[in-house]
Design a protein around this ligand. Structure first.
Ligand SMILES: *Cc1c(COP(=O)(O)O)cnc(C)c1O
Length: 385
């Protein structure tokens, strides 16, 4: 059975064109970029090209890009690396960040940093007034995600960054879900630090990058041979870098055609879902959301049961709580938006991507209503209207 894959926010398949670019760097062009012989120089050229591709995709300069092992390391570097040079003070993150930011903020609290978790409204958008009021004289950094990985809401990053700068704080955004999905230009956004990850944009796992605006000082969090201009030691993941560069170049080139296509599929899926099933809540912002994200709470049943039933029909989706590795805790994102634990528990997240078609949406809309009806019949909470 072919899998209808609606879980692109968790990871994506490597695009075969990307894989073709990477392949020679495993067995034939395996050189260490630090060496000056031919194999080493070949690898160095590949790394330089990949860095230029990543920089071009963001409107950055090559020197502003540091490769990391993924989004998690880029986020850790942005927060810990930026703040470790300073005397402990105050940091602001949103209440709906990915664990890579959330747990780094908690780690920094143990290093005597004080953290404000900026509240969001019921659509998942940061409350600007409360945010602006949270700044203190010793606020050094803000970290607010570009787009949320659970509900897909896109934050007003340009305005949030402007307010941070007015208060003398630097601004980081975890753009892992957004890069490749919506246009991004670091200069236009006015951010100082931006994280991205290869495997969320049809590139390989285990590679990512941090954009560090020229003049922004960040200390390394990994120490060693001084690779990546002393910012990130460790022999370069050359095939990964080549894959990330190629994937980003393709993502930017194809964004103008993929974005409207995904938005149309998304809207048809959300519309069909809600018109065929009663007692649902469409989570996230109605319009300011990722092109491929549909997140819906289905009252009276558990997200996990829906995930398993759909899996039985060959459809891969996530529950709203899925992002903390198999955890059954209600999502802090959905709770943070003011919903009750029941609504968080009953949520499913469908994230569409490049290989999805209208037929996939049709198939989902055919098999899902009977699944919900069956699960509700078994649910002690359900009262038919
Ligand atoms: C996936 C994800 C990450 C982590 O990236 P990895 O490359 O898997 O470490 C961080 N932030 C967000 C918003 C994500 O969706």
């Amino acid at each position: 059975m072919r899998t209808v894959y609606f879980d692109h926010a968790a990871t994506t398949a490597v695009d075969p064109r990307v894989f073709a670019e990477m392949e020679p760097y495993f067995v034939e062009r395996y050189g260490n970029p630090s060496e000056i012989h031919r194999l080493g120089r070949e690898a160095r050229e590949a790394v330089d090209k990949a860095r230029a591709q990543v920089a071009a995709a963001l409107g950055a300069a090559d020197k502003e890009i540091v490769f990391t092992s993924g989004g998690t390391e880029a986020d850790n570097m942005a927060l810990s690396g930026f703040l470790s040079r300073l005397e402990p003070g105050h940091l602001i993150v949103s209440a709906i960040e990915h664990p890579a930011v959330m747990e780094t903020a908690r780690y920094l609290m143990r290093q005597n940093w004080e953290v404000t978790f900026a509240a969001v409204d019921s659509n998942g958008v940061v409350d600007i007034d409360a945010y602006a009021a949270a700044f203190r004289d010793d606020t050094r950094l803000v970290s607010i995600m570009f787009a949320n990985n659970v509900v897909g809401t896109i934050e007003p990053i340009r305005e949030l960054a402007r307010i941070a700068h007015e208060h003398g704080a630097a601004f980081h955004t975890d753009a892992v879900q957004a890069v490749g999905a919506v246009p991004i230009d670091v200069a236009d956004l006015g951010v100082d630090l931006l994280s991205l990850s290869g495997h969320k944009l049809y590139g390989p796992k285990g590679i990512g990058a941090l954009y560090i605006k020229r003049g922004t000082r960040v200390a390394p969090i990994l120490h060693g041979g001084g690779h990546e201009r002393r910012l990130r030691s460790g022999t370069e993941n050359v095939p990964g870098m080549v894959g990330l560069g190629a994937a980003l170049e393709l993502a930017v080139a194809e964004l103008p055609s993929q974005r409207p296509r995904l938005e149309a599929l998304r809207d048809r899926l959300a519309q069909g879902f809600r018109s065929s099933i009663e007692d649902t809540v469409y989570l996230g912002h109605p319009t300011e959301r990722l092109p491929g994200n549909v997140c819906i709470s289905v009252r009276f049943i558990e997200g996990e049961s829906m995930v398993l039933q759909l899996d039985g029909k060959g459809i891969a989706v996530a529950s709203g709580s899925a992002c903390a590795s198999g955890s059954l805790e209600p999502s802090h994102v959905i709770l943070g938006m003011g919903y009750a634990a029941e609504e968080a528990h009953g949520s499913v997240r469908l994230t569409l991507g490049h290989e999805n078609t209208d037929a996939d949406v049709d198939y989902f809309l055919e098999v899902f209503p009977p699944i919900v009806a069956r699960l509700r019949e078994m649910s002690p909470l359900y009262v038919k209207r």
